[in-house]
Unconditional design. Structure first.
Length: 301
């Protein structure tokens, strides 16, 4: 397949739609409970599409594209396709998983660095409902299932890199698949899904009682409480897995308090605090890119 067949044009309607969701969520006083619940699901699970920059478009043109499918068990009950991209044909597979409302191309700075390495195959994808992949709503499970489907189709990755929600999805998917990568890199990882959702609802001043109603709705939809998706629930790697975590201690998207606790319980995990880098910009932060290539990949590759 031609790689640029998946470079979809930016849809201004989708950004306008998300802005409408965001504005409506600021005033729930005139809505009944079912309407409020529906709106909050959209606020949490609708991923606005951010347009590709020219450099990102050029990067995707260098890739070999592919398309796979996963089952949307909880929302549409249908098969959803998602788009992926591969660079290189080396024996060492590197899998990258983007964060929420993001896309493979947002790893452009990381990918450009990795492409300079020898004997690697770099694989990235747009999770369903994100980037170029269709679906109105997305969720963590779709990320996890996409990772497992890629591994099923293309084999076990040696190195796995994830950002934000993608870092959480990587850890869960790998352990569900009973895979221990040579190197696991988590950049600004989400530790507690509930805290992330609360942060999103707090941004539009959703009252605590209504937030609690949403979490009750979440449990009814997924047949388990949102706390079951805390990374602590799934994480069972020990010092035999080389895990590096990069984060910003002042991150405004994910609360680093939970990460500090996670790291305290697992002193074998290497970590670096890139203070002031910012949640979204961390994946293109020059000091992080330098450390990534100079300190970790020569050892692993």
């Amino acid at each position: 397949m031609k790689q640029n067949s998946y470079i979809a044009p930016f849809n201004k309607f989708k950004m306008k739609y998300y802005r409408q969701i965001y504005q409506q969520a600021k005033d729930l006083s005139q809505m009944d409970s079912s309407t409020v619940d529906d709106l909050l699901w959209k606020l949490i699970c609708y991923a606005p599409k951010i347009p590709l920059r020219l450099a990102q478009e050029e990067l995707l043109k260098k890739a070999t594209s592919f398309q796979l499918t996963v089952t949307d068990t909880y929302f549409t009950k249908k098969q959803l396709s998602f788009n992926g991209f591969k660079w290189g044909k080396g024996s060492r597979k590197i899998l990258l998983t983007h964060g929420w409302s993001s896309k493979a191309a947002d790893f452009s700075a990381v990918i450009e660095e990795l492409m300079q390495l020898e004997d690697v195959e770099i694989i990235a994808f747009d999770a369903p409902g994100n980037g170029s992949s269709p679906a109105e709503l997305s969720n963590l499970i779709l990320y996890i299932d996409s990772i497992k489907e890629i591994i099923k189709q293309y084999g076990k990755p040696s190195i796995v890199i994830g950002h934000s929600l993608g870092a959480m999805a990587n850890a869960i998917a790998l352990q569900q698949a009973d895979i221990k990568p040579d190197l696991l890199i988590s950049i600004a990882p989400v530790i507690k899904l509930k805290a992330l959702f609360s942060n999103m609802m707090n941004s539009v001043n959703i009252p605590e009682a209504i937030q609690n109603d949403f979490f009750t709705s979440f449990q009814a939809t997924f047949n388990r409480p949102v706390s079951d998706y805390d990374l602590d629930t799934y994480y069972n790697y020990d010092q035999n897995v080389n895990h590096w975590i990069a984060f910003d201690g002042d991150d405004r998207v994910v609360d680093s308090t939970y990460l500090y606790s996670f790291l305290k319980d697992r002193p074998w995990i290497n970590s670096v605090n890139y203070k002031g880098a910012g949640h979204e910009k961390l994946i293109k932060h020059p000091p992080l890119l330098h450390d990534l290539i100079q300190n970790y990949f020569p050892i692993t590759l």
